[in-house]
Design a protein around this ligand. Structure first.
Ligand code: SAH
Ligand code: SF4
Ligand code: F3S
Length: 481
């Protein structure tokens, strides 16, 4: 494992190794030397800041970036007024891109005051040619750009950047490589995400993810289990298995394993208390998975099951490969088999050709499934996806009306579901101090509901029993028992 490698023993005057991850450790050692000299010259430590946009997979990638930066000798900070700033970007909807451009303007003003500052961009947005063109033209102050497929090469790219004055751009179109055992700096000591697969093969017609994350590749179960065991030995009690479609995990391995089969193995790891996963595509959710969840003592009572639309016609145009009836049957079966489970979802409003009648079907679905929470998104046209070429765009006014109407139903049904827990005692993993009221701690129930209750910092990372006293819509205020 990486923490057994002593960077100071690596000879950085020899040629870099060709195999991975040894090559990256060589470059970490080299960066460490450069950072050390610069820090001695300035008479202070060098600071690095990582900012994450997008999903849990990006958040996990950022922990890998932070791990490498720390090995290179940087002190990590949340303050963007740092010596090195890296944005790990998302491009799933246009507003994610706009946020990055806005923030880059702000970074530029900081760099003008501190010309030594280095700025890097990586992640999904960088896999788009039009983005690279725009940055080349209008954001000349950026020092390093790389994409999602070569993130494992970060140490090497960082080293090249530190030794160069010009903009470094390295984007790969795709990869089948999975590099294991690079350092990671976790945001939380007690919980962690774990990639079990990369990429996506589903090509939902609105979605850019398969284009920017490449083809589906599963990690070997042995590597996953070894990583979780090491995390548990390091104090982790809750893990989240990450993939764009975890239900198709293992299909492309030399020795195929099902996702349910992987979960059975993860369950056996001693000291691990809670298992979560994200995301499940409804078309691949097996009875075996429902059975494993039902029997498990560790798998959390929460399933995120993206609906996208309640209209079969729209689902077909979205290439989701299930009908309204199939989804409903599945959701109701899960509710029947695991009555204490919380089901959450994602819904898109305004997909090309969507009518007010389609929205009514989506609303009806929300009323029938009664989601504990639903993330509602306005459709965003992504260049290069099949839906971008569809002509029957929905007028903005119609989208807004449908969105507001849906949101109201989502909030009402969620409140109704979450209120059912009132007065019950549940176990909560204490995650942090409440930001608004520091006398309160914030914990997460197995079913993903948040609870705030009086307590102190010593509880962070512990699993405690809490009585749920006051329901405030999506969260509770409670008391430890
Ligand atoms: N792999 C996951 C979703 C990843 S993207 C899955 O299939 O469920 C997270 C969510 O963003 C999606 O569920 C979808 O609701 C939303 N989304 C994706 N592309 C979008 C687009 N072009 N416009 C609006 N929302 C989108
Ligand atoms: Fe996008 Fe569909 Fe893949 Fe999810 S399953 S990442 S929505 S293409
Ligand atoms: Fe965004 Fe990439 Fe995740 S596009 S949602 S960060 S996979």
């Amino acid at each position: 494992m990486y923490n057994e490698i002593d960077l100071d023993k690596i000879d950085i005057n020899s040629e870099p190794p060709t195999e991975e991850p040894a090559r990256q450790y060589y470059f970490m050692a080299k960066c460490r030397q450069i950072v050390k000299l610069e820090s001695e010259r300035l008479g202070r430590p060098l600071y690095a800041c990582t900012q994450t946009f997008g999903c849990q997979m990006n958040a996990r990638d950022s922990e890998k970036l932070a791990g490498i930066l720390e090995q290179a000798g940087y002190k990590l900070t949340e303050d963007e007024n740092a010596d090195f700033v890296i944005y790990n970007t998302c491009t799933v909807r246009d507003n994610a891109n706009q946020r990055v451009y806005g923030r880059l303007g702000f970074l530029n003003s900081m760099k003008k005051k501190n010309p030594q500052m280095k700025i890097a961009l990586c992640g999904c947005m960088m896999q788009e040619e039009s983005v690279i063109d725009k940055i080349r033209k209008s954001y000349r102050f950026v020092d390093l750009i790389f994409g999602t497929h070569n993130i494992f090469k970060f140490a090497e790219l960082l080293c090249t950047m530190l030794e160069s004055e010009s903009m470094i751009i390295d984007i790969w179109k795709d990869t089948d490589q999975i590099v294991e055992d690079l350092p990671v700096e976790r945001k939380y000591p007690f919980k962690s995400g774990i990639n079990i697969m990369f990429g996506c093969n589903n090509f939902c017609s609105y979605c850019i993810v398969p284009y920017v994350r490449g083809r589906e590749r599963s990690r070997n179960p042995k590597d996953i289990l070894r990583e979780i065991e090491a995390l548990v030995a390091d104090g982790v009690v809750e893990i989240m298995l990450l993939g764009q479609n975890v239900n198709s995990y293992g299909k492309n391995l030399e020795e195929p394993v099902s996702f349910a089969g992987l979960l059975r193995e993860v369950e056996k790891i001693k000291g691990l208390e809670r298992i979560r996963f994200m995301t499940s595509h409804p078309k691949d959710l097996s009875d075996e998975l429902i059975q494993v969840m039902k029997e498990s003592k560790k798998i959390c009572r929460h399933l995120h099951l993206p609906l996208q639309s309640g209209s079969t016609r729209i689902l077909q145009a979205m290439n989701r490969r299930y009908t309204r009836e199939q989804y409903l049957e599945l959701a109701l079966k899960i509710r029947r088999e695991i009555p204490d489970i919380a089901i959450t979802t994602d819904i898109i409003v305004g997909f090309p050709g969507e009518t007010p009648e389609d929205i009514e079907e989506t609303i009806d679905m929300v009323k029938q499934v009664k989601y504990e929470n639903a993330f509602t998104f306005i459709y965003s046209r992504r260049t290069g996806t099949p839906a971008a070429a569809m002509e029957n765009r929905v007028p903005e006014e119609t989208v807004k009306e449908g969105f507001d109407k849906l949101l109201k139903v989502v909030q009402d049904t969620a409140r109704e579901r979450v209120a059912l827990l009132q007065g019950q005692v549940h176990t909560a993993l204490v995650e942090e101090k409440n930001e608004q009221d520091t006398s309160l701690m914030t914990g997460r129930l197995s079913n993903n509901t948040i609870v705030h209750f009086p307590g102190d910092d010593s509880l962070i990372g512990k699993i405690v029993d809490v009585r749920l006293e006051e329901c405030h819509g999506f969260y509770y205020v409670g008391e430890m028992v």
